[in-house]
Design a protein around this ligand. Structure first.
Ligand code: MN
Length: 334
């Protein structure tokens, strides 16, 4: 992150008051870690701030929700001086009631994010694509600004953001500055073992059984095993008693396989299928594929939506694009 962005964001937060914090729908670890961390820092330092999430959180985050976070019922937007939207690349994804999205854009909106395709929809935009996580941007800005106290609880929340967006420091967005921020969060009292246990070593048994079934019965591969994908159907989720919101890290199950360069998971949604895409190799920037399908994201971690009646149709569309990217023509796995 450039020193300018960091200084300006730190100065902005120090010099203002009365904030509403928002993030994207279906919040992931960075969305949750960022919103909780910033909320705690603001409140701990005597500022007026609320944090709003539209729906119940994925189970692994339940024990980290700070007191007074608003879940479910949207507060009145007009009473805030500033609305800060975190980790959200486009206004269509802001996690609020649909009819409120347009209104938010007309208010004093501040956009803090690390997605390279951020649509710069705020009145102020603090975008740092070289940061691994939005939580990293916040921490750097507020730490450097010096005068705001960062409690152990806030540090733990920000650490969740960094850990989840780097897959526990395994993904290639893990830079020296990322590790430095994580290290400084530990110095500030972040509870590393608690975060690691909750994020990676607390998978319910029914979830692990579902993963086993997904890999053994529903995963397919093509292009000599360089592409692996699976359709996580609503039936499979129901059979194992799992909620879709708890499947954030599921795609890593496919990515971890030797030889796989590109992994995808399909989910049913409305009149088509949502896809999550991951790549292990800079030569195959899956964000490119996502963009051709109207989606977006980070170069090696992206998502999109394919309108299709049947899963086989959606699978074929994606497989063709993946094949082009891998430089392969014939996959014949279907
Ligand atoms: Mn993020």
């Amino acid at each position: 992150m450039t020193k300018n962005i960091s200084d300006e964001l730190g100065g902005f937060i120090r010099g203002n008051d009365n904030f509403l914090l928002l993030t994207h729908e279906k919040p992931d670890g960075d969305a949750i870690g960022s919103i909780f961390g910033l909320f705690k820092i603001l409140r701990d330092n005597g500022k007026k701030a609320d944090a709003f999430l539209p729906e119940k959180l994925p189970a692994r985050y339940a024990s980290f929700v700070p007191e007074d976070v608003i879940i479910g019922k949207m507060p009145e937007l007009e009473k805030y001086s500033w609305i800060i939207c975190l980790d959200t690349s486009t206004p269509d994804r802001i996690g609020v009631d649909k009819d409120q999205r347009a209104k938010i854009l007309s208010l004093q909106l501040v956009n803090v994010d690390h997605h390279p395709d951020n649509k710069l929809f705020g009145k102020k935009n603090f975008i740092s694509p070289e940061s691994a996580a939005t939580a990293e941007i916040i921490f750097k800005a507020l730490k450097d600004s010096g005068s705001l106290r960062i409690s152990q609880e806030a540090a733990t929340c920000l650490l969740i953001g960094i850990i989840m967006d780097t897959g526990g420091f395994r993904f290639d967005n893990t830079k020296a500055l990322t590790l430095k921020a994580a290290s400084e969060l530990l110095v500030a009292g972040a509870d590393y073992p608690r975060v690691i246990n909750a994020m990676f070593f607390s998978q319910p048994l029914n979830f692990v059984k579902m993963e086993a079934e997904l890999v053994s019965k529903h995963m397919k591969t093509a292009f000599s095993g360089k592409y692996a994908w699976a359709y996580l159907s609503d039936e499979l989720l129901t059979e194992h008693g799992i909620e879709k919101k708890d499947t954030e890290t599921l795609i890593d199950l496919l990515r971890q396989i030797q030889g796989v360069e590109i992994a995808a998971v399909f989910y049913r949604k409305d009149d088509g299928f949502k896809i999550s895409l991951r790549s292990k190799n800079k030569k195959y920037p899956v964000a490119k594929i996502a963009r051709t399908l109207g989606g977006g994201g980070h170069e090696l971690a992206a998502g999109a939506f394919i309108k299709a009646a049947e899963i086989s149709e959606a699978e074929k569309i994606l497989q063709d694009r993946v094949g082009e990217m891998l430089g392969e023509k014939d996959g014949n796995p279907l």
